[in-house]
Design a protein around this ligand. Structure first.
Ligand code: SAH
Length: 238
């Protein structure tokens, strides 16, 4: 069977150009309200592009639906995020080596923040092959100092204050960026044994100017992300 890649983005802005660049493009029907699914080819690679909506529930629902309906060989989550580490600046790219839900909190029963009780692991690891190819693709698009690899944390909150930021970095000091969907997609991909990768361009620094920065840089940073995805699709085809 022909290999298929699935790309999930939360917002229209994150999937619009990608879906428009598909060849033999079609808008597929989906049983869910407000879950646009575009099919076609990306760099000659069969692809499905989905706009899932914001937050972990939307992300998980879309991921499971896409896996059931299209049986993708790879699941990629593409979008923007707030930088947490001082080295990670607006316009940089983060390749997630793994992801955690930073807002999962059962500490009252002695679990560390982010730990999902009764699950073998709460840290979801990206597919190493996909990660290596994405890194190669990224190096064709961006200067090396703008590319970072490491932990991505997700939660149902837009992080835009020092307090929120510190709460996260205190528990996850190695986290490079924060967003609202990646770890949910990663969890669904992992339980289905579908290789996954989270790719995020930095739109803000998760601080008190984040809402303004997000609005200002969103459309500026997405094209570079899309370039990386096009290159990645081409490398996957080779
Ligand atoms: N302005 C939007 C809401 C954006 S929510 C609206 O009004 O509809 C932020 C989105 O970008 C989420 O999908 C999340 O994954 C990502 N994101 C970017 N910066 C973030 C931050 N600082 N904290 C959390 N998520 C962030």
């Amino acid at each position: 069977m022909e290999r298929h890649i699935a790309i999930i983005g939360a917002m229209d802005e994150e999937v619009e150009a990608l879906s428009q660049s598909l060849t033999s493009a079609a808008l597929d029907s989906s049983p869910f309200q407000d879950l646009p699914v575009f099919t076609g080819y990306l760099a000659d690679q069969k692809a499905v592009v989905v706009r899932c909506g914001i937050g972990k529930v939307h992300a998980a629902l879309a991921a499971q639906y896409i896996i059931d309906r299209y049986n993708p060989s790879f699941l990629i989550n593409s979008g923007v995020a707030g930088g947490l580490s001082p080295q990670v600046r607006i316009g940089d790219l983060v390749l997630g080596t793994s992801s955690i839900q930073h807002d999962f909190d059962v500490r009252n029963f002695g679990y560390a923040k982010g730990v999902i009780p009764r699950l073998a692991t709460s840290t979801f690891t990206a597919d190493p092959h996909l990660l290596e190819l994405a890194h190669r693709a990224a190096k064709e698009v961006l200067a090396p100092e703008k590319i970072h690899r490491g932990l991505i944390v997700s939660g149902d909150q837009f992080v835009s204050s020092l307090e929120q930021r510190q709460e996260i970095t205190a528990h996850f000091p190695e986290a490079l960026c924060v967003e609202m969907e990646g770890a949910a997609i990663a969890q669904v991909a992992s339980v289905n044994s579908v290789p996954h990768l989270i790719l995020r361009a930095i739109s803000d620094q998760a601080d008190n100017t984040a809402p303004r920065d997000f609005d200002e840089y969103l459309l500026e940073v997405i094209p570079l992300l899309n370039k990386v995805i096009h290159r990645l699709a081409a490398l996957l085809k080779d």
